[in-house]
Design a protein around this ligand. Structure first.
Ligand code: HEC
Ligand code: HEC
Length: 268
């Protein structure tokens, strides 16, 4: 795992997760994956999150892997890590105004970020993803956030300029994600550079479709290999450009935030 430079404007966890005390993020050791059925479940879960279109074909609706955003297999701080996630669910979330089990949260990303279908809660796929997240979390005490849960917190600039973002996108992002945002797959069909917009990308209901979230993700994690080189202004300008390109709709979007609490960057 790469060390994250301590910039003044990176705080430990995103605001909505800030209520709990933070715990240093451990690095899970693959040697601790047990043999037998538990180990098999953990490895199935790892395959599903790292090769989603191939390993969860019936539930995937685009070209992204879970780990296209949850980087390093869910072990990277400020890329919404899953290390420690086991002990902080169930959690109340204003988006559906319910207490969500970890299964619900996983299926949210299946339906929005992956533009697909929910995993049946009793399926071996769901048991596998849960087993993987349990294993990642085993050295974090129940009820504690890890440092770096969620994303970095940026200072929102006074004026955000998508036209400037378009020019920056061409210079800093298009080499990998392509000028038309569709990304790139290898001859085996596996995603090399994930799609930022178009039919193979996340839908409008995804967290990444929101300005603050996308800016915070790209500031700490992109361009790949040059993380933390964009200014907050540049991260916001580029995010404003790419999130507003055409992408799949989310049919159930009218059900979101039924009791209020809608974030200021909500898309609908
Ligand atoms: C397009 C990017 C993207 C993809 C792909 C994606 N997610 Fe997410 N995920 C997010 C964002 C954004 C959040 C919100 C993080 C936050 O609340 O700060 C999130 C949050 C989560 C959380 C809760 C994290 C927390 O700290 O509360 C879980 C669990 C999760 N995703 C699982 C998955 C799984 C499993 C998949 C694959 C089926 C997946 N995600 C695919 C972007 C993505
Ligand atoms: C050197 C290649 C490279 C460059 C340059 C690059 N990215 Fe990425 N990007 C990647 C890879 C690879 C992933 C997926 C990571 C993984 O699978 O481990 C990714 C993932 C993403 C994701 C989450 C997945 C998705 O498709 O939504 C976003 C958003 C993103 N990049 C935005 C950007 C932006 C904006 C820029 C320019 C500031 C940029 N990237 C520059 C390689 C690159």
């Amino acid at each position: 795992m790469k060390p994250i430079p301590m910039l003044a404007n990176l705080i430990l966890a995103s605001a909505c997760h800030a209520a709990l005390a933070a715990h240093p993020m451990p690095t899970p050791n693959p040697a601790t994956i047990p043999a037998g059925p538990m180990g098999e479940a953990i490895r199935l879960g790892e395959a599903i999150v790292t090769q989603t279109p191939q390993a969860a074909r019936a539930y995937s609706g685009n070209g992204l892997n879970c780990t296209s955003c949850h980087l390093d297999g869910g072990k990277r701080a400020f890329a919404a890590p899953w290390v420690g996630i086991w002990g902080v669910f169930p959690e109340y979330r204003p988006r559906n105004a319910q207490v969500n089990a970890l299964q619900d949260r996983i299926n949210d990303c299946f339906q929005r970020s992956i533009n697909g279908k929910p995993l049946p809660v009793d399926s071996k796929e769901m048991q596998g993803v849960l087993a993987y997240m349990w294993w990642l979390s085993r050295d974090v005490p129940t009820g504690q956030n890890v440092e770096g849960r969620g994303f970095a917190r940026l200072k929102k600039p006074q004026a955000v300029d998508a036209a400037r973002g378009k020019t920056l996108y061409a210079a800093k992002c298009a080499a990998c994600h392509l000028p038309n945002g569709e990304g790139m797959s290898g001859p085996d069909g596996k995603t090399i550079f994930p799609a930022l917009w178009g039919p193979k990308s996340f839908n409008i209901g995804a967290g990444m479709a929101r300005l603050n979230t996308a800016a915070a993700f790209i500031k700490a994690n992109m361009p790949q290999g040059q993380e933390n080189t964009l200014s907050d202004q540049e991260a916001y300008d580029i995010a404003a450009y790419f999130i507003n390109q055409p992408r799949p709709d989310f049919a159930a979007k009218h059900l979101d935030w039924p009791k209020g609490g809608k974030p200021e960057d909500a898309r609908y």
